[in-house]
Write a protein that binds this ligand. Structure first.
Ligand code: ADP
Ligand code: ZN
Length: 432
């Protein structure tokens, strides 16, 4: 059940001292990059030996903006000749964030993914269909090499082309998939159209879902529709990609691999480290990245450390489902709302289908929240009277939980726009 038992179940005190050693190593390594060297010249960072892991709090944060400003090579801690790959964000708003890997980094990452997959029960005789994007995005390639390392037959199909996905799923009796949660729901509509029941007509048992925020309700929905276990997978390119934190069979939070990363949760406004259990921004320090070590990187993702130990026996602490990014928060007439809260409410209503869209507009100097929801197939053919009643019920549910009255619009199944990559469901049109 463990890929690396000694590490995954390492005694907590041993893990703490392991982390301290690794932190000192990271500091030394980071000191070779122009960015961290310049911080030390300006006396904002001191490379002296750290005696207790608590002292990490005194080190400066690294932000996405720092990475963008340091484009292209300021964070590189090795010679360019030792770099074998780069991944990059799209960079639609300024310089892209580029992350470099040495050969060793790639091997470390492969092993990390193999560890995650093995933890959920994937074995050599499984068939793995990787429906995540390949290319500069880390989701596809990251899992691809991890699965091969584990020895699994890997189908590098990438996202989209649902008819072809289904053909492969059936012909090769695929047992494990890696898929965006939004795409898993969309793909299900194709099964419906083709009158295939994934619960009966496929051989699927496991899905890895991640790369975008999704509620527990969405996870349960995917598990239910496909008759599988869906495990939450978290990562970000700056740390390597997927493999940073992953759910075990207990499905009670994601284990952060603490032999690879040091985690802190901070108050995003003050930067102060929060106690275990409190929600805030996840900050990560790399321990094993060679090409581009990062110190106290502000991920922008909101979560909390789940107190206590996990029944699976792993000692690495867990984080809760990601609530969203700090900048996902919507302020609607003074009320703070995260899109995932809206999703949670919607997905508890059985008449609602697989997709929804949120729009915020300015009308008469007031914010107005519009929510378009797809109905499921059976409800869609109901009478106008039934639909009106349903609309009122959805509005009431949202109003009582959010404290804001939205305008709810019911739409046809599969009629809302979808993208091939991460879902975009929120459109804030207030400045238009
Ligand atoms: P970006 O989306 O910024 O271009 P990445 O592809 O590296 O960059 O995506 C990393 C981000 O995706 C994370 O910082 C987080 O916001 C989101 N993400 C990744 N996995 C999950 C997950 N399991 N749940 C929620 N959000 C996730
Ligand atoms: Zn566990």
């Amino acid at each position: 059940m463990y890929w690396e038992k000694d590490i995954e179940t390492m005694d907590r005190r041993e893990l703490d001292s392991y982390q301290l050693n690794k932190l000192n190593e990271t500091l030394q390594l980071a000191g070779r990059s122009p960015y961290y060297r310049s911080l030390s010249r300006r006396e904002e960072l001191n490379f002296k030996e750290i005696k207790s892991i608590e002292e990490i709090k005194e080190l400066p944060f690294t932000t996405k903006k720092n990475l963008q400003d340091g484009f292209p090579y300021d964070f590189l801690a090795v010679d360019l000749k030792d770099v074998v790959r780069l991944h990059s964000s799209s960079g639609t708003t300024g310089n892209p964030t580029v992350v470099y890997h040495t050969k060793e980094d790639i091997e470390t990452w492969e092993n990390l993914i193999a560890r995650c997959m093995y933890m959920t029960g994937v074995r050599e005789d499984d068939i793995f269909q990787n429906m995540m994007g390949y290319g500069l995005f880390t989701g596809g390639i990251g899992f691809h090499y991890g699965a091969e390392k584990l020895g699994v037959l890997t189908i590098p199909i990438g996202p989209g082309n649902s008819a072809r996905q289904i053909w492969f799923l059936r012909k090769f009796k695929t047992s494990v998939i890696h898929i965006l949660p939004s795409y898993a729901l969309r793909l299900y509509s194709f099964f419906n159209e083709m009158e295939i029941n994934p619960r009966k007509d496929l051989n699927l048992k496991i899905a890895f879902i991640g790369a975008e925020s999704h509620s527990e309700e969405i996870r349960r929905k995917i598990e239910d529709l496909y008759g599988i276990k869906a495990y939450n997978s978290y990562g970000l390119s700056e740390m390597c990609g997927p493999g940073v934190a992953f759910e075990c069979p207990c499905q009670k939070g994601m284990h952060v691999w603490e032999d690879h990363f040091y985690m802190e949760i901070i108050n995003p406004d003050t930067g102060k480290v929060l106690p275990e259990g409190e929600e805030g921004e996840l900050v990560l320090t790399t321990f094993k990245r060679r090409a581009m070590p990062l110190i106290r990187y502000r991920t922008g993702d909101l979560t909390r450390i789940i107190p206590g130990t996990c029944d699976c026996g792993r000692t690495h602490r867990r984080i809760d489902r990601i609530k969203g990014r700090t900048d996902d928060m919507l302020i609607i007439n003074g009320v703070n709302i995260f899109p995932i809260q809206i999703e949670m409410i919607l997905m508890r209503i059985p008449e609602i289908g697989h997709n929804y869209l949120i729009e915020i507009r300015k009308e008469n100097y007031m914010d107005r929240l519009y929510i378009k929801v797809e109905l499921n197939e059976e409800v869609f053919i109901g009478t106008l009277f039934e639909l009106e009643k349903l609309q009122v019920r959805i509005t009431d549910d949202l109003k009582s939980e959010l404290g804001v009255t939205p305008v709810v619009k019911l739409v046809e199944p599969s009629s809302l726009p979808v993208s091939e990559g991460k879902a975009k469901r929120v459109y804030d049109l207030r400045n238009n």
